[in-house]
Design a protein around this ligand. Structure first.
Ligand code: TXA
Ligand code: MG
Length: 326
């Protein structure tokens, strides 16, 4: 039986520090069909056995995620990934350059690939990622099978970058939350579709588009409709409870200020700065944690300052736009 004692009575936390023993216990739970939240370099993921239809269905249920929105399959390395999908030269070049790390590749499924059809939402492609976080890597090695892991939040809510965010969003719907502290990158992986002739950046993310273009050439924008759109891309995905106003330079009465850079207005109590120095890496790392922190009933909304539309700024602006969406 499990090495880590679990108490599921109300109020008791299912968060455990990610010791070597806890990681082995978490892997055993995954292999037995359980749900385990774990840290990656981007955000916390809600893990389940990708080969087990029931476990995959439990992920959709725990998140209340629409079943047309496919999940990313996580693996320890390129060898394990190549067993599931076809890698062409471009995909191999990307894997060499960016794995392990925050790039997800969408590639054609191999015939006979055993990953649950539900995980891939019935598509003939699969999204794969090899995380660079030591705890995620150790867990994937110990599980010894592909693991689906969407962000560990209720569908449509702000992504979690701390174990406490997972607990607040999913509570006892997850069997175990491995606590590995704050996720160092803090924004989700870039999702690159290489299943067709033109590379398409389906989701701007932690690897800047400029860096990906240096490897695969010019990237196309996803189409709003048609087979190559990302099913989860169009929905308003990162909504905090409070309304968010973009491109603000001052908060209005009652609003909390989500500032950026050295020129932020001063003297507002409800104000957090994504990066006082104007550093996009630091801002990405703080984005979700600060949204969680300011998203409280005491405020009437967020006023978000503009962030430059370059490098990681594109991913930050994408998340802010989605948070501001209707
Ligand atoms: O950083 C990340 O990618 C995190 C960590 C936990 O790894 N995971 C994550 O998963 O953000 P999720 O489920 O929140 O977002 C996955 C995105 C969705 O927009 C989904 O539609 C897209 O990837 N996706 C998954 N499979 C796809 C496929 N076969 N074709 C197109 N898009 C796909
Ligand atoms: Mg998500």
């Amino acid at each position: 039986m499990s090495a880590v004692k679990m108490d599921r009575t109300a109020g008791r936390s299912n968060i455990v520090p990610a010791s070597a023993e806890a990681i082995l216990d978490a892997a055993a739970r995954l292999c037995a069909g359980g749900l385990v939240a774990f840290p990656t370099e981007t955000v916390y993921g809600l893990g389940a056995d990708a080969l087990d239809d029931r476990a995959v269905a439990a992920v959709f249920a725990a998140k209340a995620r629409p079943q047309f929105n496919p999940l990313i399959v996580h693996l320890p390395g390129l060898a394990e990934a190549s067993a599931l999908v076809h890698f062409d030269d471009r995909a191999q070049a990307c894997a060499r350059e960016f794995w392990p790390g925050p790039l997800t590749l969408v590639l054609p499924r191999r015939e006979g690939c055993k990953v649950s059809r539900l995980a891939g939402a019935g598509l003939d492609t699969l999204a794969l990622r090899v995380p660079g976080h030591t705890i995620a890597h150790a867990l994937l090695c110990a599980a010894g099978r592909p693991i689906v892991a969407p962000s560990a939040n209720r569908s449509g809510a702000v992504s979690p970058t701390e174990a406490g965010h997972v607990r607040a969003s999913l509570g006892d719907r997850v069997d175990l939350i491995l606590d590995g502290g704050r996720c160092p990158v803090g924004i989700e992986s870039s999702v690159l579709d290489l299943s067709g002739d033109t590379p398409v950046l389906l989701r701007p993310g932690a690897v800047p588009g400029e860096a990906i273009e240096a490897v695969v050439g010019k990237l196309a924008q996803p189409e709003a409709t048609g087979p190559r759109r990302s099913p989860g891309l169009l929905q308003n995905h990162y909504a905090p409870r409070l309304p968010l106003r973009l491109g603000a330079d001052h908060p209005r009465a009652g609003e909390a200020l989500l500032a950026f850079g050295p020129d932020a207005p001063e003297g507002f109590a409800a104000s957090l700065n994504l990066s006082p120095a104007g550093d996009l890496r630091e801002a990405a790392g703080n984005l979700f944690a600060m949204l969680h922190q300011l998203d409280i009933p005491r405020h009437t909304g967020f006023a978000a300052m503009a962030v430059p539309q370059e490098g990681l700024g594109r991913a930050i602006n994408d998340r802010l736009r989605r948070a501001a969406g209707p």
